[in-house]
Design a protein around this ligand. Structure first.
Ligand code: ATP
Length: 231
């Protein structure tokens, strides 16, 4: 499924957080959104997912307008948001969280991926099946958040800073999985503060500054153009 955003604006009360943001993500690609703290990255993802109340512009998922739909309706359009820190129902076990995802898959008219497939994609979760999500480490929780989204067979996956708080080897493993998920046909929009993680992962990147897209292209080009403005 493709994602096309045109002239998206969002505000908190009188304060604008996004101005005329446009971006394209083709089917099965990884697109990165870079920007410093407060650039508007989370607001962008929340706007796409229907979690931000005051949004203008257009958000097309495979050509159909989803801007203005409720968050649950957008989820049924097979758009999944994995929040920063992998927020999940903490009193539910790993398996129970994944079963919630399978239920969502059925609401989407899909079958939901079997847990045996999940253990192959996310081997660190298999020995933790009965562990409550609230007792997982940061990396385990992030993997479960991604797995819970994946089990529900989304077509568009929105990832908010998947590397946040993770040790580099753990983050590396997670990004390798994200790359494989895209190769399997999922469209991924990933927000990151650290551009290095997008090298070799994202086919196209956008740089946000104070709510506006100020550059776009391959991540290497953005890093070269932006220098220390990215850090
Ligand atoms: P970070 O990398 O720190 O998470 P970000 O790029 O995701 O930052 P946003 O969280 O989208 O940025 O914030 C964009 C702007 O909107 C900032 O100026 C921020 O202060 C403002 N903002 C975010 N959430 C709210 C809110 N609930 N109420 C008012 N203003 C907000």
């Amino acid at each position: 499924m493709s994602l096309k955003i045109d002239k998206l604006s969002a505000a908190y009360g009188q304060a604008r957080a996004l101005w005329d943001v446009s971006l394209d993500a083709a089917h099965g690609t990884v697109v990165g959104v870079l920007g410093r703290n407060g650039a508007g990255k989370t607001t962008l993802l929340r706007s796409i997912a229907g979690l931000h109340p005051r949004v203008q512009g257009s958000i097309l998922a495979d050509g159909s307008e989803i801007r203005g739909l409720r968050a649950d309706q957008i989820a049924l359009h097979s758009v999944a948001l994995v929040r920063e820190g992998g927020r999940l129902p903490s009193s539910l076990s790993v398996v129970e969280n994944l079963q919630l995802g399978q239920r969502l898959a059925r609401l989407r008219g899909k079958t939901g991926r079997p847990l045996t497939e999940i253990w192959k994609w996310f081997p660190i979760l298999e020995p933790l099946q009965s562990r409550k999500a609230g007792l997982l480490s940061g990396g385990q929780r992030q993997a479960l958040a991604l797995a819970s989204a994946f089990v529900a067979e989304p077509s568009i996956l929105l990832l908010d800073e998947p590397s946040a708080g993770l040790a580099p080897p753990v983050a590396r493993e997670l990004f390798a999985t994200i790359s494989q998920l895209a190769a399997s046909g999922m469209t991924v929009l990933v927000v990151e503060q650290q551009p290095a993680w997008l090298i070799g992962l994202a086919q196209q990147c956008y740089l946000l500054e104070v709510g506006r897209v100020v550059d776009e292209g391959p991540v290497e080009k953005l890093i070269e153009n932006a220098g220390n403005r990215l850090m």
